[in-house]
Design a protein around this ligand. Structure first.
Ligand code: ADP
Ligand code: MG
Length: 260
């Protein structure tokens, strides 16, 4: 692929994605493109399949049908009919290392300091020298507004600080794509803003992201595309001004009326 074609093609391409748990069809034919540098906000009621969709993109779930393709210089893979194709010479572990994920519950290692949390994966997965990883960790902590907190343990930090550490930890792997699964839902209201500000700053720097959130103001301000998932299907997709102001689907209207 030429450099120009690579720049134009979407970083994430999802087609016909289906996933069920037992008899429960959780993803029911999802098609989605995410272009490089774009922020996609994924909305939808509880149980609509948002987390499953993120987990499938990050290889934590295998689809039953359809495919997820994340292509670029480094990563390139495709699931088709539940089987992995076009792996090239890279293992799933190596490919997953190019996708960062931030969870509602932070998931920091409680027995490690902040810096150790950031250094762990680059050293273990990518073979970065520890000293170099620690220097980079310092830069990333500064970027998320936590310079000087590297020696703290997670439990010594507020929820908002812990989530900013989790974001820095995801960035430490130099991801091509960041996935956020309700990153502010576990936070006290007064701590939400500081985390959203960090995510917005990443968006402004050109990071490609898929963000599951109920923060409609954030979606309106930061999203390039808002996607509404209902019962495993995308029922609305478009610019935030369109989808948020004039939702066409009845379930999307009801959801927005409830969260706004
Ligand atoms: P959302 O993130 O939109 O709330 P999820 O993707 O977490 O939705 O879940 C969608 C549905 O799939 C829910 O009904 C949930 O109970 C079910 N589900 C998710 N993961 C599993 C699993 N590992 N086993 C069985 N059911 C699951
Ligand atoms: Mg969820």
């Amino acid at each position: 692929m030429s450099a120009a074609a690579a720049a134009e093609s979407p970083l994430v391409r999802i087609r016909g994605l289906r996933k069920s748990f037992g008899a429960h069809q959780v993803l029911d034919g999802v098609d989605l493109d995410v272009r490089r540098g774009e922020v996609t906000v994924l909305l939808g009621p509880s149980g609509s399949g948002k987390s499953t969709l993120l987990r499938t993109i990050n290889h934590l779930e295998r689809p039953d049908a359809g495919f997820v393709e994340v292509s670029g210089d480094i990563i390139g893979y495709r699931y088709h009919a539940g089987r992995l194709h076009e792996l090239g010479n890279r293992s799933i572990t190596r490919q997953r290392a190019r996708i960062g994920m931030v969870f509602q519950q932070f998931n920091l290692f409680p027995h490690l300091t902040v810096v150790e949390n950031l250094v762990e994966a680059p050293v273990a997965v990518r073979g970065v020298p520890r000293r170099q990883a620690a220097a980079r960790a310092g830069e990333l902590l500064e970027r998320v507004g936590l310079a000087g907190r590297g020696d703290a343990y997670p439990k010594q930090l507020s929820g908002g600080q812990q989530q900013r550490v989790a974001i820095a930890r995801a960035l430490a792997m130099d991801p091509d794509l960041l996935l956020f699964d309700e990153p502010t839902s576990a936070l006290d209201p007064e701590l939400v803003g500081e985390v959203l500000a960090v995510i917005k700053d990443l968006a402004d720097s050109g990071m490609t992201m898929i963000v599951v959130t109920h923060e409609i103001g954030f979606a309106r301000e930061v999203a390039d595309t808002v996607v509404f998932l209902d019962e495993g299907r995308i029922v609305e997709s478009g610019a935030p001004a369109e989808v948020l102001a004039r939702p066409r689907h009845e379930r999307a209207r009801a959801f927005l009326a409830a969260v706004l």
